[in-house]
Design a protein around this ligand. Structure first.
Ligand code: HEM
Length: 363
């Protein structure tokens, strides 16, 4: 099994043909063998891509422009009974979809026409979860005549991430989702290594990978707040520089050598609540990833972290409502949802989210 995975990782890097991918694939191999600190070569700094523009997206798109006005309600019904872990998974699914080939549901494809392993087989995506909720939502939509072939899987992902954020934040995060995305035809596992920021990246690497998607450093700080929910595999981080009390707890749970199959909560304090605890954890170094801890390494990002960590007094809550992060998180999710959106000319509306239409012939 390990040999097969090693071969896959090498194949993925060869398919991409870029040296930094090879170093990342190697890091996956290192992880497979139980090392927690991957050996990495520096990434090339990417030029920022043009600012995301998606003029065709609209709030209330399905109610205004289609025969399926209940689309958002149907997705909400599929999401509402999911466990906190799956809800966290849905938020991450949307991020991983948008960062690789744009928000086009390429992360959901099991097979495409070129037979290349799809994104869901890429190392960073092996721990994604929540696929069954998206499938159930799509099935519920396709079961209604007026919704058949109408609602894109890319939009279902965007709605589900919003609904999950709403539930996990106790209703504090609540934003309108623009829709009208089309589903893509292509998906390539090796691109997940190129496009998704690694947990051991420093501030300049993470910032440049967000900039490549048209998101600035503030968006990055805001969206990283999603690490106040969900879980991480023990091989995704090293305890070397984590705050000692948490580090000890993590070492005990993860074992020595690290058991890659063991998972730990990303936020021990309020693990199932999407809240500003993350920013307090960044300040006290109670975070798992270098990418999280590195947010205090520049004056700009450190001051943002401190701003978002500050709790409103009860009087402020009364007059100003919840802390600014909850509103800013919604705005940043909307901005992320604009990344490289496909139009009807570049995409399609799939019938099943895991397959393009007509279904590809298996290789
Ligand atoms: C800033 C760069 C980021 C890095 C390096 C990063 C990395 C990671 C890693 C390594 C994990 C654990 C995976 C595992 O071991 O199973 C994780 C989990 C998670 N990430 Fe991120 N992430 C980043 C940004 C984001 C963003 C922008 C979002 C969403 C807005 C997000 C949402 C999540 C969630 C919700 C989980 C928990 C998923 C679950 O429990 O299934 N992350 N992230």
């Amino acid at each position: 099994m390990a040999n097969k995975l090693v071969a896959l990782a090498v194949l993925a890097s060869l398919l991409g043909g870029v040296s930094c991918e090879l170093s990342l694939s190697l890091s996956i191999i290192y992880k497979l063998y139980g090392y927690t600190t991957p050996i990495l070569r520096p990434y090339p700094i990417r030029p920022p891509s043009p600012a995301p523009s998606a003029p065709q997206l609209l709030v209330g798109y399905y109610a205004k422009n289609t025969t399926c006005p209940k689309a958002e309600e149907i997705v909400r019904n599929a999401v509402k009974n999911a466990s906190p872990g799956i809800l966290a998974g849905l938020i991450r699914l949307f991020f991983h979809d948008c960062f690789v080939r744009g928000c086009d549901a390429s992360v959901l494809l099991e097979l495409t026409n070129d037979g290349i392993p799809t994104e869901m087989r890429g190392g960073p995506n092996l721990s994604l979860r929540g696929f069954e909720v998206i499938k159930a939502a799509k099935e519920a939509l396709e079961a209604l005549k007026e919704c058949q072939g109408v609602v894109s899987c890319a939009d279902i992902l965007a709605f589900a991430a919003r609904d999950a954020s709403y539930i996990l934040s106790g209703g504090y995060i609540n934003y309108d989702v623009k829709a009208g995305r089309y589903d893509g035809f292509k998906s390539n596992a090796s691109e997940t290594f190129e496009e998704l920021p690694p947990p051991f990246g420093d501030l300049s690497l993470t910032t440049s990978m967000f900039a490549a998607k048209g998101l600035d450093e503030k968006d990055m700080v805001i969206l990283s707040g999603a690490h106040s929910i969900g879980q991480s595999g023990c091989s995704s981080f090293s305890t070397a520089s984590i705050e000692p009390v948490l580090g000890k707890k993590l070492n005990e749970t993860c074992g020595m050598p690290v058991n890659a199959a063991t998972t730990v909560p990303m936020d021990y304090k309020t693990k199932d609540t999407l809240d500003i605890q993350y920013y307090k954890n960044v300040i006290s170094n109670d975070v798992l990833f270098k990418s999280d801890a590195s947010l205090t390494t520049s004056t700009q990002t450190k001051s943002l972290v401190e701003t978002y960590a500050r709790e409103h007094s009860s009087l402020e809550r009364l007059f100003l409502g919840p802390e600014p992060w909850y509103r800013d998180f919604g705005k940043a999710m909307v901005k992320m949802g604009d990344i490289e959106v496909k139009t009807s000319k570049e995409g399609q509306i799939r019938e099943k989210c895991a397959f393009i239409k007509p279904p590809p012939t298996p290789y």
